[in-house]
Structures are given as structure tokens and as C-alpha cells.
Design a protein around this ligand. Structure first.
Ligand code: HEM
Length: 242
């Protein structure tokens, strides 16, 4: 007889790895972030491999985007001149656009512990896409190109587990961008409505002023008529008296 002490298998000590989450006290993950604390740690660590190769990863992502969605090319300033995608690969335009997207993702991942900041950042970037008539669903077109470019850069470090974490993170990013687009569109609509209302009020005000003036002039005319009638009566009366 005796008692058996149940011990949970410890994967980390079994294979000799130290799980940093067991050593450090980690702050709980913000409920808005769809990652576990461990996944958050893994994406931050894995992203370092991308951050060191940001330019090439970004270019590869955009090349892949245009290879499968050539119709999107002309949405971007300066891309119309490229008939051949290979010429685009070495262009400054592609580098600039790739950097804008990659630096946004970089900042979001680097700030993953401050979800308020991340949501605000992505919201702002989403809003910039409302300058043109942008369908926010288009953001999803870059998902596969992004994942493939990350895979290309990380090579064998791109495991199934890491792929899943990138997918979840990317979807979180796109959702926040879309929220930004929707908020931007609603803000513009509200602004346009407020402007139209202010214009209508100003027009009403103008109409009222005109009406007042017309009535005032009408009163004056009536007074004139009244006083000239009065004069006529006085003249008639005085004529009668004579
Ligand atoms: C994770 C995805 C994306 C991020 C983080 C992102 C980020 C950005 C940023 C930072 C800018 C510059 C904004 C500014 O001028 O202040 C931009 C511009 C733009 N983005 Fe995105 N973007 C993403 C995906 C896409 C996709 C998939 C499309 C098209 C289907 C797109 C279309 C555009 C366009 C048309 C512009 C304006 C470019 C120009 O003026 O030539 N974006 N984007």
C-alpha cells in the first residue's frame, strides 16, 4: 500500500528544454489577443528571424500578391508602369510599399503586450485605406502571400505549429485593420452628414433672413399705402370743408 503521487508529464524537462513560461511569471494575455501566452512568446521569438530579413520577405510577399492578383497592381501608385512583374521586383516602389506593410506588422508584433496600442495603430492604418473606395475584404488577399513569404524566409523554422501561430496573428491583424476601415468609413459618413446638416441649416437661416426682409419691405409698403390713403382722406376731407 502506499500513495502514488501523480505527476504531470513535463515536456520541457523531458527533452531538456527550459520553458521560459515556467521560470518567469508571465502577465496574463489580454483577452482581445487570440494567442496563448506561449504562442505570444513563440511569435515574438520567431518574428526576429523575419525582422532581420524584412525587406526580402516584404518584396516576396508583394510579388506573390501580384502573381495571383494582377488586377490589384494598379491600385498602388507607381506600379502601372510595370508590365513585367520581374521588373517590379527590383523597383523602389515595391520596396517602399513592402516596407510600409512589413513595418506595420513588425510594430504590431513588437508591441503585442500593449493591445490598446496595437488596436489603435492598426485602426489608424486601416483608416488610411479609406482614402480610396477600398473594399476591406481585399486585406485577406495578402494572407497567403504573407504566410508563403514568411515560410520562405524561416525555412525549416517554419513548423506546423509556427504556421498556425502566424495564421492566428495575421487574422488578428487583418480583423483590426478591417475594424479601422469600417470605423473610417462610418466617421466619413458621419462627417458628411454633419456637413450636409450644417449646410441645410445655413440655407434655412438664409431663407428666414430673406423672408424677414421681404416681410419688412412688405410692411413698409403697407405703411406707405396706409399713409398715402390717410393723406388722400385728409385731402378729401379738407376739400370737402372748403
Ligand atoms: C497586413 C496588410 C496590410 C497592411 C499592414 C497595410 C499597410 C499599409 C500602409 C502602412 C500604407 C501606407 C498608408 C499611408 O499612406 O499613410 C498602405 C497603403 C496602401 N495599401 Fe495597404 N496594407 C495592407 C494590405 C493591403 C492590401 C492587401 C491592399 C490591396 C489589396 C492594400 C492597398 C493599399 C493601397 C492601395 C495603399 C495606398 C498606396 C498608394 O498610395 O500608392 N493594402 N497600406
Amino acid at each position: 500500500m502506499g500513495c502514488t503521487v501523480s505527476t504531470k508529464p513535463d515536456l520541457y524537462s523531458q527533452n531538456g528544454d527550459a520553458d521560459p513560461y515556467k521560470k518567469k511569471k508571465v502577465a496574463p494575455v489580454d483577452s482581445r489577443l487570440p494567442l496563448t501566452a506561449r504562442q505570444k512568446f513563440q511569435i515574438t521569438k520567431s518574428w526576429k528571424g523575419i525582422a532581420r530579413n524584412m525587406e526580402n520577405t516584404g518584396k516576396s510577399m508583394f510579388m506573390r500578391l501580384f502573381q495571383s492578383n494582377i488586377e490589384l497592381k494598379n491600385m498602388f501608385t507607381g506600379f502601372e508602369e510595370f508590365d513585367d512583374l520581374e521588373d517590379m521586383r527590383e523597383s523602389q516602389q515595391l520596396e517602399n510599399h513592402a516596407s510600409l506593410v512589413m513595418y506595420t506588422i513588425d510594430e504590431a508584433i513588437a508591441s503585442i503586450d500593449d493591445i490598446d496600442f496595437v488596436v489603435e495603430l492598426l485602426g489608424k492604418i486601416g483608416r488610411t485605406h479609406t482614402r480610396t473606395d477600398f473594399n476591406p475584404q481585399l486585406f485577406w488577399r495578402i494572407e497567403q502571400p504573407f504566410l508563403s513569404a514568411v515560410k520562405e524566409t524561416l525555412e525549416d523554422r517554419y513548423t506546423k505549429n509556427i504556421e498556425e501561430i502566424y495564421k492566428i496573428t495575421f487574422r488578428f491583424i487583418v480583423d483590426a485593420l478591417i475594424d479601422g476601415v469600417v470605423a473610417g468609413v462610418n466617421e466619413r459618413k458621419a462627417e458628411a452628414e454633419a456637413e450636409a446638416e450644417a449646410k441645410a441649416e445655413a440655407e434655412d437661416e438664409q431663407d428666414n433672413e430673406m423672408m424677414k426682409k421681404t416681410m419688412h419691405n412688405g410692411d413698409k409698403e403697407d405703411n406707405c399705402i396706409e399713409s398715402s390713403k390717410q393723406k388722400d382722406i385728409t385731402v378729401i376731407a379738407s376739400t370737402k370743408q372748403r
